[in-house]
Design a protein around this ligand. Structure first.
Ligand code: ADP
Ligand code: MG
Length: 403
C-alpha cells in the first residue's frame, strides 16, 4: 500500500502551516566535524519543497544513544549549524529544547520559510518507549507531520510512530517525505515486482543478523550470491576447512539446510583471500576454497569468485546488495568488494535497477566513488534489513495511505 507523500498534500494544507518533519540526522561526527553529511543532504528535496510551498519547519531528530537523558556531546547543535549552511537564504535556528516551553514558544513564532531544529529526541525518556503523552506534545508543535527518517522507521518511537498516530487522530495529515517515499519505492518494487533476473548479494560479518533476510529473499530472487564472513559458515556446512576464519558454529546446521533447499540458486565463493591476521600490512594469499590454511582466516572473496559473480550480474534486471564481500575497511581485503561494486555499477549502466542497503556497504560504495552509478543507495541500514525481512516498519505503518 502506497503511503501519502508531501506531493499529495494540497496547497492549503501547507501554505502558512507549521510542519513537523522527522529526519534522520544521525551522522558520523569526528572531533566535532561531520565526516559524511549524506543523511542531511538527502532530506533537502523534502525541506525545499515544503519551504517553497509556504510552510515553516520544525525538525525532530535523534542523535546517538543518550538513553533518555541529556548528554551534551550528543546535542544536535552542530548538525543544525551544518544544515543552516546547506539551506542558504533561510533562517535556521537551533533550539535547546525538544517539547518544553522553549520549543513550543519557538515553534509558535515561526513565519513561512523559517526552520527550527529541536534538541535530540532521545534526550527524553519517553521517546524510545513510544510514550503517548510525549507524542502528543510533539504533535502540538505543528499542523502537519512529515516522516523523512527512513533510517529510524523500524523503531516505534514517539517521534516516528507515536506522533503520526496522534496527528491522524486529530484529523491532521501524517505523510511520507520524498526520501522516505524513494526508499519505499525502490525497496518495495524490488521485492514486489523485480525486473528479472533478480540477483541478491549478501555479505558482511554475520549470518545470524541476516538469516531472516536470506530466508525472505530466497524465494523471491533468481540467484543469491554470498560473500563476507557469512560465506565461511557455508564453507563449514559444505565440509570445508575454514582455518581461523570467523564462523558461526551454531548456524552451520542452518546453512546446510539452506544449501540443500536452495540448490544452485545460492552461489558460494569458489576462492578466498586469506591472511594470518585481520590487519593492514598482513601477508595475503589467494586460495581455492578447498585449500584454506589451518592457521589463516578468510578475509575477502578471491578473483575467481568476483568473475563468477560478475557473470551472474551481467544479465541481472534487478540487483539488491547488502554487506561487503570482505573486510573492505582494510585495503588488502577490499578487492572483492570493489570488484563486485564495479560489476553492480556496470549493471546499472545496462539498465538494471541496482539497490545498495546496509551501512557498511553504502560506506564502501561511497568510498569507491561509485554512489552515483547505483540506482539507489539506501540511507537506512537496520531499517532496510527489516524491510527486506518482510517486517512491518512502525514509522511507515503509522502514516496515512495514499488515496
Ligand atoms: P552492512 O552494514 O552493509 O549491513 P555488515 O555490518 O553486516 O554490513 O558487515 C560489515 C562488516 O563485515 C565489516 O566490518 C567487515 O569488516 C566485516 N566482514 C566482511 N567480511 C568479513 C570476513 N571475511 N571476516 C571478518 N569480517 C568480515
Ligand atoms: Mg554494518
Amino acid at each position: 500500500m502506497r503511503k501519502r507523500t508531501i506531493a499529495d498534500l494540497r496547497d492549503d494544507e501547507l501554505a502558512g502551516k507549521r510542519v513537523v518533519v522527522r529526519v534522520d540526522y544521525n551522522v558520523p561526527i569526528e572531533d566535532g566535524r561531520i565526516t559524511d553529511d549524506t543523511r542531511i543532504t538527502s532530506t533537502l528535496p523534502t525541506l525545499d519543497a515544503l519551504l517553497q510551498r509556504g510552510a515553516s519547519l520544525v525538525l525532530l531528530a535523534h542523535f546517538g544513544r543518550p538513553k533518555g537523558k541529556p548528554v551534551p556531546e550528543m546535542s544536535l547543535r552542530p548538525v543544525a549549524a551544518h544544515l543552516a549552511g546547506l539551506l542558504e537564504g533561510r533562517t535556521v535556528r537551533f533550539v535547546e529544547d525538544t517539547v518544553g516551553r522553549e520549543a513550543q514558544g519557538a515553534a509558535s513564532m515561526l513565519r513561512p520559510g523559517d526552520v527550527i531544529v529541536l534538541e535530540n529526541t532521545r534526550f527524553l525518556p519517553g521517546e524510545e518507549k513510544n510514550d503517548s503523552a510525549l507524542a502528543e506534545q510533539m504533535a502540538s508543535l505543528g499542523d502537519v507531520y512529515v516522516n523523512d527518517a527512513f533510517g529510524a522507521a523500524h523503531r516505534a518511537h514517539s517521534s516516528t510512530a507515536g506522533i503520526a498516530t496522534v496527528m491522524r487522530a486529530q484529523g491532521k495529515p501524517a505523510v511520507a517525505g520524498l526520501l522516505m517515499d524513494r526508499e519505499l519505492q525502490y525497496l518495495g518494487r524490488a521485492l514486489a515486482e523485480p525486473a528479472r533476473p533478480f540477483v541478491a548479494i549478501l555479505g558482511g560479518s554475520k549470518i545470524s543478523g541476516k538469516i531472516d533476510v536470506i530466508r525472505s529473499l530466497l524465494p523471491k530472487t533468481d540467484r543469491l550470491l554470498i560473500g563476507g564472513a557469512m560465506a565461511n559458515t557455508f564453507f563449514r556446512a559444505m565440509g570445508l576447512a575454514t582455518g581461523t576464519s570467523l564462523v558461526e558454529d551454531d548456524r552451520v546446521e542452518m546453512a546446510r539446510e539452506l544449501l540443500a533447499q536452495a540448490g544452485d540458486k545460492l552461489v558460494i565463493p569458489v576462492d578466498a583471500v586469506v591472511a594470518p591476521r585481520m590487519e593492514a600490512g598482513a601477508p595475503t594469499q589467494t586460495v581455492v576454497r578447498e585449500a584454506i590454511p589451518a592457521d589463516q582466516s578468510v578475509l575477502d572473496v578471491g578473483p575467481r569468485t568476483v568473475e563468477e559473480f560478475r557473470r551472474v550480474l551481467s544479465t541481472a534486471g534487478t540487483v539488491l546488495w547488502n554487506g561487503p564481500m570482505g573486510v573492505s575497511e582494510i585495503a588488502e581485503f577490499a578487492a572483492g568488494t570493489r570488484g563486485v561494486a564495479e560489476a553492480v555499477a556496470e549493471a546499472t549502466g545496462r539498465g538494471a535497477t541496482t539497490i545498495i542497503g546496509g551501512g557498511d556497504s553504502a560506506a564502501a560504495v561511497a568510498e569507491m566513488g561509485l554512489e552515483s552509478r547505483m540506482s539507489h543507495v539506501s540511507t537506512g541500514g537496520g531499517a532496510s534489513l527489516e524491510f527486506l525481512e518482510g517486517r512491518d516498519l512502525p514509522g511507515v505503518s503509522a502514516l496515512s495511505e495514499a488515496a
